[in-house]
Write a protein that binds this ligand. Structure first.
Ligand code: F2R
Ligand code: MG
Ligand code: MG
Length: 345
């Protein structure tokens, strides 16, 4: 279990750092991905280590806050987001969320959830910023109900649109199930996620948001059904994945996609090196989709890392990425916190 915890956070950081190379790219040929990954093996390359972005910066805030407070404390988490942004504003934050982070820095702010509610004309953000940092909720809380509740609250500090926070809950639940070994039965894994999202998407706010955005009635369930359909196909092209699931900055266009990347790479895939293990394949495949590659690889890396464990991650990859040692240390401390909670679900 400890190996899975370490794999989850280190996998997330690697996805972010390695995926940053292609963020925003429309077309990413697989040989460019493999060239990029091959360069990680080369000790003599002179371009230094790969920097992490907002994904890791905010995920560290979540983990630090949960560890320091030993519970979810919205004030503490909000302050950490604001201080981190002030300290390093150049980590590639979303253009909307920086307004929230600036407001969260105000000592006069009475309600830390208010700045997020004011975003996008009061509709709130549906970006994937809540989801990209959600993994620590799965490591801090043993019970599914807690993972659900606190990943939602943690996301709503910046993302008040249900499409934004439901994406975060979906990502946290995917890591939670993966930690428990649920990827051993892929179709059960996806069915569990669909049934979880069905409950959430039937809530009135989610129904109203879906309608306002001209989406299907249960948008995440619809995407997860598409994940299932893609899993059943004999052959799936990159174009199929992008058109069915998306690869964008919206949570709806990236969280189900990250989940698909993990499921698709549970078995060897054409074009990916034979010597690659499951986590390496997952990250390579996430990059080849283009679009929001740092975030899709970060989320897929967390789910895959929780399944394969830390031993699946090459040392050369770990040494090439900023923030790996810190993520590993946080994962070990979260494991201690997790083991203090007793009982099954
Ligand atoms: N922002 C980026 N990458 C592009 C810029 C990189 C940077 N300039 C650089 O070169 O270094 N990456 C990071 O942002 C994503 C997470 O974003 P988050 O935290 O969700 O931010 P935000 O601003 O809330 O939402 C992102 C965009 O989505 C659109 N959007 C969201 N809600 C909307 C709504 N209700 N109506 C209309 N549009 C909405 C907006 O375009 C937002 O700016 C991650 O990829 C992370 O890596
Ligand atoms: Mg980023
Ligand atoms: Mg991104």
């Amino acid at each position: 279990m400890l190996s899975r915890f370490r794999g989850a956070l280190v996998g997330a950081v690697l996805g972010d750092c390695i995926g940053g190379e292609f963020e925003g790219a429309v077309d990413v040929p697989l040989d460019r991905v493999l060239q990029h990954l091959g360069a990680l093996e080369d000790d003599t390359r002179g371009d230094g280590i790969l920097q992490y972005s907002d994904d890791t910066a905010m995920m560290r805030c979540v983990a630090d806050s949960l560890l320091t407070r030993a519970e979810f404390d919205e004030l503490d988490m909000a302050r950490r987001f604001a201080s981190e942004y002030k300290l390093a504003p150049g980590r590639g934050y979303g253009s909307g969320v920086i307004q929230v982070l600036r407001k969260l820095a105000s000592p006069h702010l009475k309600d830390v959830f208010q700045p997020a509610k004011a975003q996008f004309g009061g509709r709130g953000s549906f970006g994937n910023g809540g989801a990209m940092r959600a993994a620590p909720f799965a490591l801090a809380f043993r019970h599914t109900a807690d993972v659900r509740e606190f990943s939602r609250l943690g996301a709503t500090l910046t993302h008040s649109c249900s499409l934004g926070y439901n994406g975060a809950i979906l990502q946290a639940l995917a890591v939670h199930l993966s930690l428990q070994g649920a990827l051993a039965l892929p179709s059960n894994f996806i069915d569990r996620l669909i049934s979880e999202m069905e409950q959430l998407e039937k809530e009135e706010t989610a129904q109203l948001d879906a309608k306002a955005l001209n989406l299907s009635e249960l948008p995440y369930c619809t995407r997860l059904q598409r994940v299932k359909e893609l899993m059943e196909r004999n052959s799936v092209s990159i174009e199929d994945v992008i058109s069915e699931l998306g690869n964008g900055i919206a949570a709806l266009q990236s969280v189900p996609t990250a989940i698909f990347c993990v499921l698709h790479c549970l078995e060897p895939r054409e074009g990916l090196p034979e010597q690659f293990g499951g986590l390496e394949m997952t990250i390579a495949y996430s990059l080849a989709l283009g679009g929001d590659t740092d975030t899709i690889a970060c989320m897929a890396g967390a789910i895959a890392g929780a399944h394969y464990g830390i031993e699946s991650i090459p040392q050369s990859w770990q040494k090439s990425c900023e923030g790996v040692e810190e993520a590993d240390a946080l994962a070990k401390r979260l494991y201690s916190l997790y083991t203090t909670q007793c009982g099954e679900d």
